[in-house]
Write a protein that binds this ligand. Structure first.
Ligand SMILES: Cc1cc2nc3c(=O)[nH]c(=O)nc-3n(C[C@H](O)[C@H](O)[C@H](O)COP(=O)(O)O)c2cc1C
Length: 164
């Protein structure tokens, strides 16, 4: 028989703090509005066709624009982008435009903001979405790709930023 512990969400978060995640900014644009969210809950699903996923908190109504637009880009950060990770996590309480003003952006295929100088940009069209608990898993087919300079990556672990 399957044994089951009671998993307290604080204990879960403490255990997850041991897990190193590459910091990325998920971006989208729709009806003249842009949004970017600092994320670590993102990973590859398949290389044929190029497919990835990102998990966004659906309790935040500002994240609805990702489903509305049907597009997103995953901008993989370098260590030098820590200030962007902070800005797009909402810690500074900056306006959306002030967050985007901290870097240069263009677009690749979908129109989602693509960070110039990112380690990589995965430009995606949304092909599926599934809501699980507090988050919605967005699955994107990669329609455009750009790799930037090689160099130290920005990771998040033990509730802090690290360079690898
Ligand atoms: C290192 C780090 C990783 C994060 N990862 C995620 C994530 O994977 N998914 C998510 O929905 N929010 C994640 N967040 C929280 C969002 O960045 C934050 O709630 C959001 O940007 C707040 O945006 P707002 O101020 O515009 O509402 C993360 C925050 C940090 C600092």
């Amino acid at each position: 028989m399957l044994k089951r512990q009671t998993i307290d969400s604080k204990d879960y978060r403490n255990a997850m703090a041991r897990y190193a995640g590459h910091v990325q900014i998920a971006t989208t644009a729709h009806d003249g509005k842009r949004r970017g969210v600092t994320v670590t809950a993102a990973c590859s699903v398949s290389d044929n066709p190029g497919t990835l996923l990102v998990c966004l908190n659906h309790a935040n109504p500002h994240n609805e624009i990702f489903a509305e637009s049907g597009i997103f880009a995953l901008n993989t950060l370098m260590a030098s982008h820590e200030h962007l990770a902070v800005a797009f996590s909402g810690l500074d309480h900056l306006s959306v435009e002030d967050r985007f003003a901290q870097a240069e952006w263009d677009t690749i295929t979908t129109g989602a903001p693509a960070l110039i100088g990112a380690a990589a940009v995965f430009d995606c069209r949304l092909i599926d979405a599934k809501t699980v608990a507090t988050h919605t898993i967005l699955i994107g087919e990669v329609t455009g790709l750009r790799t930037g300079p090689a160099g130290p990556a920005l990771l998040y672990m033990d509730r802090g930023y690290h360079s690898v």
